[in-house]
Design a protein around this ligand. Structure first.
Ligand code: HSE
Length: 434
């Protein structure tokens, strides 16, 4: 087929959109050679006048309304970088119905409308590229979709949120508090527009939902992922865990097939400081994939920031452009999800070791009462440390349990935490990954 030019329409000139325009310009020669045709940004839609002015894109038509791109019959690929799930959903569905291929970095949209978007793409026979939606520039979607096609993946685990990892890394280093670390992450362009999505684990749960839906071949709703944020952990906890117990805290996302269902959770987790994931710091993300034939595979790279996210979009653009160039009708879309829900196991069934922090009152017998409550749930303590707070009237007791069920620990803490004569605040409970 004699196609000389492939036309892209980009909606949204935020951090990722602006970086994408730069990458497409900087790598124009490589892209032309890879695709065998010119790839140009024919139109950009952006409502914000300052953003429109800041962009240098000669030959590109600037619009205020994404509908102009959908209506433009010459546009082959629409890149959705506007964010949100309402207008973005309309744009993605309308573009597919108009016969355009779609690329999106929008994890919230995909995680929540997975079946709808894929069904529309299958109906239209058009591709949906979403490499940038998870782990930004790390090509995890391609690995799961193509590199490991035909494999049975038994588990995936890793770090899927760059902002939380950046903040935990920074507050584990001396001199930086949580607020400063968040401000640094914001300035570097890692955070969501609403950073609570990062801090409370919503962002990572959406990403795990996308990966889980791919791996399981069934839609995993993000609401079904057990989710905890990094808000309850303080700098002292991180330092104590590292110095006395040899643990490093990481915001982990885990999906595992079990005999009775699927374990799906996003939560801060302690790792042995010698484990490979413990070394993954700042905005870096990592994913360990365990499959039958290939054995364990680990991917590590930058999971947040304009340029890394634009890299994922760029890879999708080139792949889809190649297919257009070669008139390849096999559009790149994940298979349609099988109907029916994923059976996600309740968190209480998790079997793990746990790290506990009790804020205890200065009274005789407090420790023995706490340990009795634990032992009555058959929880055995492997290691513990006691520290005084500067006021001297409160003690911090840190304990690592042997393997037990989350249900047993929660039950014991329910008894302990309601006794003001024992503890001064809610006990911290964090799993330890083995
Ligand atoms: N806010 C996200 C993160 C950006 O910190 O990982 C990349 O998805």
């Amino acid at each position: 087929m004699n196609i000389r030019t492939i036309r892209i329409g980009v909606v949204g000139l935020g951090t990722v959109g602006a970086a994408l325009v730069e990458s497409l310009q900087a790598n124009a020669g490589i892209i032309r050679a890879d695709v065998g045709a010119e790839v140009v940004i024919a139109r950009i839609a952006e409502k914000d006048a300052t953003r429109r002015k800041s962009i240098h894109a000669p030959g590109t038509v600037l619009s205020l309304d994404w509908r102009d791109l959908v209506a433009d019959r010459d546009i082959d690929i629409v890149v959705e970088l506007m964010g949100g799930t309402s207008a973005a959903r309309d744009l993605v569905l309308a573009s597919l119905r108009a016969g355009k291929h779609v690329i999106t970095a929008n994890k919230a949209l995909l995680a929540n409308h997975w079946t709808e978007v894929l069904t529309e793409a299958h109906k239209a026979g058009r591709a949906v590229g979403f490499e940038a939606s998870v782990m930004a520039g790390v090509p995890v979607i391609h690995v799961l979709q193509s590199g490991l096609s035909g494999h049975r993946i038994s588990a995936i685990s890793g770090i899927l949120n760059g902002t939380s990892n950046f903040i935990l890394t920074r507050i584990g280093e001396n001199g930086v508090d949580r607020r400063q670390a968040l401000e640094e992450a914001r300035q570097k362009g890692f955070c969501e527009a609403d950073p609570s999505l990062d801090l409370e684990g919503f962002d990572a749960a959406q990403k795990l939902a996308i990966l889980g839906s791919l791996v399981l071949g069934r839609w995993l709703p993000p609401q079904d992922v057990h989710r905890e944020g990094i808000g309850n952990l303080e700098k002292e906890d991180l330092l104590e865990a590292r110095n006395s117990f040899g643990y490093v805290l990481k915001p982990l996302a885990i999906l595992k097939r079990r005999a009775t269902g699927v374990e799906a959770r996003v939560q801060p987790t302690f790792l042995d400081k010698r484990s490979p994931l413990a070394e993954v710091s700042r905005e870096f993300n990592a994913l360990l994939i365990e499959s039958d034939a290939a054995g364990p595979i680990t991917l590590i790279g930058k999971g947040a920031g304009g340029a890394p996210a634009a890299s994922g979009v760029l890879a999708d653009i080139v792949e889809i452009a190649r297919r257009i160039r070669h008139a390849d009708s096999g559009a790149s879309v994940p298979r349609l999800p099988r109907p029916g829900p994923v059976h996600v196991l309740p968190y209480d069934q998790l079997e793990s070791r746990f790290f506990l922090r009790f804020t205890v009152c200065d009274r005789p017998g407090v420790l023995s009462k706490i340990f009795r409550c634990l032992s009555s749930e058959r929880i055995s303590i492997a290691n513990s440390e006691i520290r005084n707070t500067p006021d001297g009237a409160t003690g911090l007791v840190y304990a690592a349990t042997y393997r037990t069920h989350a249900k047993a620990v929660r039950k014991a803490l329910k008894t302990i935490d309601v006794q003001p004569a024992l503890v001064k605040r809610k006990t911290l409970m964090v799993p330890i990954q083995e």
